[in-house]
Design a protein around this ligand. Structure first.
Ligand code: ADP
Length: 492
């Protein structure tokens, strides 16, 4: 009997391999940083070959750590930084560096698409046109890499997101899953196929795109030390985290507190349309699609880093917890971390950061508290948008800043809902492992996986409604004052 599932978690800054046992414990973990290339201001690239090599090294290391043989591994799951695009040949060799989701080289093109086709694209793909998604990056490659278009039209080029590249290198199969496809801005999330009209509009040959498969099924077999292991799970990182948090029922929601926050809600078989949230595919299993609503907050943990590295008023992120709890209230000090504008639900690229309510007695404790509270307010803003569709009962949390107990308690207080932190915080990698394991019967199905997922701590709201209203409306007023500031100072 195989003892483990191997999860390959390829993020923006590192490539990691993790081994999970049947109880969902992380038995071994290995991680390698990925080189970030910035060929021009605003451009970001990765080397796909480096990613592949780093992953393979990590795989060797986790097997060694666990004293495991390849036959101890029941299945391999893949999860990845979403939207990033790779082009490669039949031999698996990249034909260009990967264009990373953060890359702004196609901003003008995306802006034009938003103006001219925004409504149609949102209807078909659930997304608001932006250079962040894969479509315009693929277009750029076809236009700018010499000979690529001709080769692509002859069927000699493979295009895909990072998951697709990794699975190709592992198995020789050119596939992706529904969740990753739904982030390309080329996939029709209603008809569940590459959208012919969009492909034509953007001049992208369908033959170069991967086949879109379930997030949990055997795609092929990877040979590790001569042993064949099924590759049977695939989901984009945020969707994998939703799965790893066992948010299997409609209305279940998770928030990842990292550099920024990503909040996803399972919406079951319904595609909700919302002006401020993105509609996306959570996963597909046995041909049945589960949809999600997604909201993103750009700067959350990054504001903590700014206190540490910019202002230098703390020496570690965790110090904020003690500083914040040393005060019994925020004493009227609010912080709006709109360093790069504001995302969901405000969508104002001209907003800028603001600290308000400062008096002669304001100390670093107030700033630390105000930043932590802001993270909770911004998350609340998104959850309130989602609450319109389904009554959200609790928020499942993960990511670096979810370690902060003050933040988690304040989150519960201001949201007025339970906040639940799981024992295993590696929810992204765990999601990919669950998907892969379910496909091969390592876990029976969603029910068994729900039991593997365990809460470590539950934060219950401890604030009177009146107090909550008072604080939240002051927050809204602070945001109002931060909106459009770049325009005021002529920085547009
Ligand atoms: P990412 O995957 O985006 O790099 P992580 O999930 O590793 O992010 O989380 C790192 C972020 O969490 C950093 O921005 C850091 O400032 C913040 N962070 C880590 N620990 C704490 C803490 N105890 N309190 C508040 N913020 C924290």
């Amino acid at each position: 009997m195989s003892k483990y599932v191997l999860s390959l978690d390829e993020g923006t800054t590192s490539a990691r391999a993790l081994l999970f046992d049947k109880l969902g414990n992380v038995v071994a973990l290995s991680k390698h940083e990925i080189t970030q290339y910035y060929p021009r201001p605003g451009w970001v690239e990765h080397d796909p070959e480096e990613i592949w090599q780093a992953l393979m090294r990590a795989v060797k290391e986790v097997l060694q750590q666990a004293h495991a043989r390849p036959e101890d591994v029941a299945a391999i799951g893949v999860t990845n930084q979403r939207e990033t695009v790779v082009v490669w040949g039949k031999d698996g060799k990249p034909l260009h560096r990967a264009i990373v989701w953060q890359c702004k080289r196609t901003a003008d093109l995306a802006e034009r698409l938003r103006r001219e086709y925004g409504e149609v694209i949102k209807e078909k793909t659930g997304l608001i046109p932006d250079s962040y998604f894969s479509a315009t990056k693929i277009m750029w490659l076809l236009e700018n890499v010499p000979g690529l278009r001709e080769k692509a039209e002859k069927g000699e080029v493979k295009i895909g997101t990072i998951d697709s590249y990794i699975i190709y290198r592992l198995t020789g199969k050119h596939v992706t899953d529904y969740s990753n496809a739904s982030r390309t801005m080329l996939f029709n999330i209603r008809k569940l196929e590459w959208d012919r009209e969009l492909l034509e509009l953007l001049r992208i040959p369908e033959a170069a795109l991967p086949e879109v498969r379930n997030s949990s099924e055997v795609y092929g077999y990877a040979k590790i030390d001569g042993k064949e292991i099924p590759v049977s799970g695939d989901a984009g990182d945020q969707q994998a985290a939703l799965f790893g948090q066992a948010c299997f029922k409609e209305g279940m929601i998770k928030s990842t507190y990292g550099t920024g926050n990503f909040i996803l809600m399972n919406t079951g078989s319904t595609i909700h349309t919302s002006k401020n949230l993105l509609g996306t595919i959570a996963w597909g299993i046995d041909g049945r699609i589960t949809y999600a609503l997604e909201g993103s907050v750009f700067i959350t943990g990054a504001a903590i880093q700014w206190l540490r590295d910019g202002l230098k008023i703390i020496s570690s992120a965790s110090e904020t917890e003690g500083l914040a709890t040393s005060l019994s209230s925020n004493e009227g000090v609010y912080f709006v971390p709109a360093f790069v504008g504001l995302g969901t639900p405000y969508w104002d690229q001209y907003a800028r950061g603001l600290i308000i309510g400062i008096t002669r007695s304001t100390k670093r404790e107030h700033l630390a508290r105000a930043v932590l509270e802001a993270i909770a307010y911004l998350t609340t803003d998104v959850v309130k948008e989602m609450d319109v569709f389904t009554q959200v009962r609790e928020l499942r949390v993960d990511g670096g800043a979810s370690e902060n107990n003050f933040l988690m308690q304040f989150q519960a207080n201001i949201l007025g809902k339970r906040v639940v932190r799981p024992v295993v915080r590696e929810t992204t990698a765990m999601g990919a492992a669950f998907l892969a394991g379910i496909a091969v019967g390592f876990w029976e199905g969603l029910e068994e996986v729900s039991e593997v997922w365990k809460a470590e701590k539950v934060f219950t709201p401890r604030m009177k409604e009146e107090e909550r209203q008072k604080l939240y409306s002051a927050w809204k007023e602070a945001v109002r004052r931060a909106i459009g500031w770049a325009k005021v100072v002529g920085e547009e």
